[in-house]
Design a protein around this ligand. Structure first.
Ligand code: SAH
Length: 388
């Protein structure tokens, strides 16, 4: 279930008009394609696809991006409502919804669930995501000091796709799960060998690693993030992909990079800041209000200000979000351009997706993906050049 307040729904209506219901429906499903990016420093997409197909995993190449492969997503299937339940947190609910097993760290409660019981796995708000069979006495697992391992094996989930993290290709660092729309950020940035490229909000490293691969390890990448926990995820992703030597990773508040790292003169900067994530799919449930949109947009412009100051003259700044409100997208860019003056909004020139929401000065220059139209996550990308 989506719990959005009426003001937020009004904002969505401004973006989508009569298609709001279609949009809301689409973000509760994963779309029909689950994408991974191939680590082209280690393998070609063709060889990874052949390997998967040989083991019977249905895999296809994207029509445009050579590094992109996708798995068809099956469903939706009906889940039985049983007496015994395992309640899982949001992150676990979203992966079990797609067919993953139930792991101990994601379990919130599992009253009277014993080994062998058939159960319904539900999210915190009661939405059923799967049927499963318990492989342990669940309550005892919850009492243990170190919680790990599988609690229940999923027998039927609402949607079904390969469990990416369990594929040998994932463990060997040949693939990285990433939405197709997010992959376009690096293509818009176009990082070249020899360039100094900064990723201001980098963890867990989807775009950082893509920039490394895209520039064949030739770009000097500096990755910043605020959160220590997320930085350790970034480090382990880079290690798994065999790319740790290509990036410098720093903990920082990226609203103040120009103060804390004043010597940086970057050729290119990516700002992929926290956002309301309304475009992220699938959502089992979500609680958001218009206030979240306002807070996010106030925060987002601060990253742009600092990124701009560590950029060389004629340097490129790419701004992206996985959300759909104009407040966090078109309007952040417009306010920023008005404020700093010496910046040009560049045409992105990618044929896929759509342009920005109509009625803004630079609508035609922006790239947007709409979940209910493009069968992707909801996404926004803008490309700016510093002119002074
Ligand atoms: N670019 C990443 C996703 C970034 S999500 C990828 O492609 O994988 C937004 C990130 O911004 C989060 O990791 C969050 O920890 C970070 N963040 C939030 N506030 C920040 C701040 N003030 N300074 C730096 N990073 C921040």
């Amino acid at each position: 279930m989506l719990h959005y307040d009426s003001e937020l729904l009004k904002v969505l209506e401004r973006v989508y008009g009569g298609e709001v219901a279609g949009f809301l429906n689409s973000i509760m499903s994963p779309g029909s394609r689950l994408y991974v990016r191939v680590n082209t420093l280690r393998a070609s997409a063709g060889s990874v696809m052949d390997g998967l197909r040989e083991r019977g995993v249905e895999t296809y190449a994207d029509e445009e991006l050579v590094e992109a492969l996708y798995f068809p997503v099956k469903g939706p299937f009906k889940v039985d409502l049983l007496d015994k339940r395992i309640v899982v947190d949001k992150r676990a609910a979203e992966s079990v919804y797609m067919g993953a097993n139930v792991y101990a760290p994601g379990v919130l409660s599992c009253k009277d669930v014993r080994k062998g019981n058939e159960v319904t796995v539900v999210a915190e708000d009661g939405t059923p995501v799967a049927n499963a069979v318990a492989v342990t006495n669940c309550e005892e697992v919850l009492k243990a000091s170190a919680r790990r391992g599988i609690v229940a094996e999923t027998t039927r989930s609402v949607y079904k796709a390969p469990k990416i993290r369990e594929l040998p290709e994932y463990q060997e660092g040949l693939i990285y799960p990433q939405s197709l729309a997010a992959m376009y950020v690096t293509h818009v940035l176009d990082p070249r060998p020899g360039e100094l490229v900064v990723d201001a909000c980098a963890a867990p490293g989807g775009k950082t690693s893509h920039m490394i691969e895209y520039s064949k390890g030739g770009a000097h990448v500096i990755a910043f993030d605020h959160s220590q926990k997320r930085l350790s995820e970034l480090m382990s992703n880079l290690e798994r992909l065999g790319e740790e030597r290509f990036a410098e990773v720093w903990q920082a508040d990226s609203r103040y990079l120009h103060i804390d790292f004043p010597w940086i003169r970057a050729d290119k900067v990516v700002v992929d800041p926290p956002c309301t994530a309304l475009g992220v799919r699938p959502k089992v449930f979500d609680f958001k209000s218009y206030r979240d949109v306002e807070n996010a947009s106030r925060y987002q412009i601060q990253f742009l200000r600092s990124a701009f100051r560590i950029l060389k003259p004629r340097g490129i700044l790419v701004y992206s979000t996985c959300t759909v409100t104009t407040e966090e997208n078109e309007e952040v860019i417009e306010s920023f351009v008005e404020e700093v003056g010496c910046v040009e909004v560049l045409e992105i020139g990618i044929k896929r997706g759509a342009r920005g929401v109509l009625g803004y000065r630079y609508s035609d220059a922006f790239l947007r993906f709409h979940p209910h139209i493009h069968n992707t996550s909801g996404y926004f990308i803008a490309k700016l050049m510093k002119m002074c």
